[in-house]
Design a protein around this ligand. Structure first.
Ligand SMILES: [Ca+2]
Ligand SMILES: [Ca+2]
Ligand SMILES: [Ca+2]
Length: 308
């Protein structure tokens, strides 16, 4: 046993063909920070990929860091994935409700405001993902990627149908991250009315794709109620259901369920037809891109959320 311990460094080194690979492996243990921005600043790392992070309370977890976009330092904290558009607030609808879209559970699963974590970084395009960074990292800006389902991590960036970030350092005004923001703007059914009580719409800068193209991935009838070039938080609809995020648009209308995702667990209009992680994106048929329906491409892409 003692021999094994003494020989451990030799043994570990022997697992790598290239001494350079061994050094890279060793470095992943040295690179521990509270966020990808920390790691970037401390070690000058410039490679996208998985890194270990440590939360304030001591949880060590692994997530993907975008170390290149706009100077890098972006931490993947969550992904919102729709596994079954026809399952209306059923299994997998973690960002709304897995309890059936009933008025009995109007708040749904509450994952936007709790500290429950699920999924894994590498699986972020195959299921929902949420790590401790979601509530632990004090961020300034948000970056969003729409990545087709099941694309492998090494191809996320080049396969994204849209990538953008905010650059106005808006998070500190609202609690420093999404967990804080949704305390300021609770996702409560009947907690407000559309247009007047929506949360902030923050201007965005595109890293892949453009504002017009992203807006036009939603149903044609939504265009009159949106403005491209923003990310919006907590948008109510006509029936006072609260949706969490409207990606790529400012909402100026009330049919927010066709352009926003996540939120409360009860959507009265056509109940439970608008209940689910991607809400009513299929209102005029699945992936048809007619009337109120989004394209199949955006419907079958996960939304990856990053902080910096
Ligand atoms: Ca669903
Ligand atoms: Ca989901
Ligand atoms: Ca509606």
């Amino acid at each position: 046993m003692e021999d094994l311990i003494l020989d451990l460094p030799t043994f570990v080194r022997s697992c790598f063909n290239d001494p350079g690979d061994f050094l890279d492996w060793l470095k992943t243990f040295n690179y521990v920070g509270q966020s990808c921005k920390d790691i970037k600043e401390r070690y000058g790392v410039q490679t996208d990929g998985l890194y270990y992070l440590k939360s304030k309370t001591g949880i060590i977890y692994e997530t993907y860091c975008d170390m290149t976009t706009d100077g890098g330092g972006w931490t993947l904290v969550a992904s919102v994935h729709e596994n079954n558009m026809l399952g209306r607030c059923t299994v997998g609808d973690r960002w709304t409700s897995q309890q059936g879209g009933s008025s009995v559970f109007p708040d749904g699963d509450s994952n936007w405001v709790n500290k429950v974590t699920f999924g894994n970084a590498e699986g972020a395009t195959g299921d929902d993902y949420k790590n401790p960074g979601y509530y632990d990292i004090q961020a300034q800006d948000l970056s969003v990627w729409h990545v087709p389902n099941l694309v492998s991590m090494e191809n996320w960036k080049k396969s994204s149908i849209a990538r953008y970030h905010t650059n106005s350092r808006f998070f500190p005004r609202y609690g420093g991250n999404l967990h804080g923001l949704f305390q300021h703007f609770p996702l409560k059914y009947k907690g407000g009315v559309c247009k007047t009580d929506n949360g902030p719409s923050i201007p965005i800068v595109f890293d892949e794709g453009d504002a017009k193209h992203l807006r036009e991935m939603y149903g044609p009838r939504t265009y009159a109620g949106t403005e491209p070039g923003y990310v919006t938080f907590r948008a109510f609809n006509t029936e006072q259901a609260a949706l969490a995020i409207c990606s790529g648009v400012k909402v100026i209308g009330c049919h927010t369920e066709h352009v926003c995702f996540g939120g409360t667990g009860y959507f009265p209009e056509g109940s439970p037809k608008q209940c689910g992680d991607f809400a009513g994106w299929d209102w005029s048929g699945y992936g048809t891109h007619k009337e109120w329906s989004a394209t199949k491409t955006i419907t079958e892409s996960a939304v990856l959320l990053f902080y910096r």
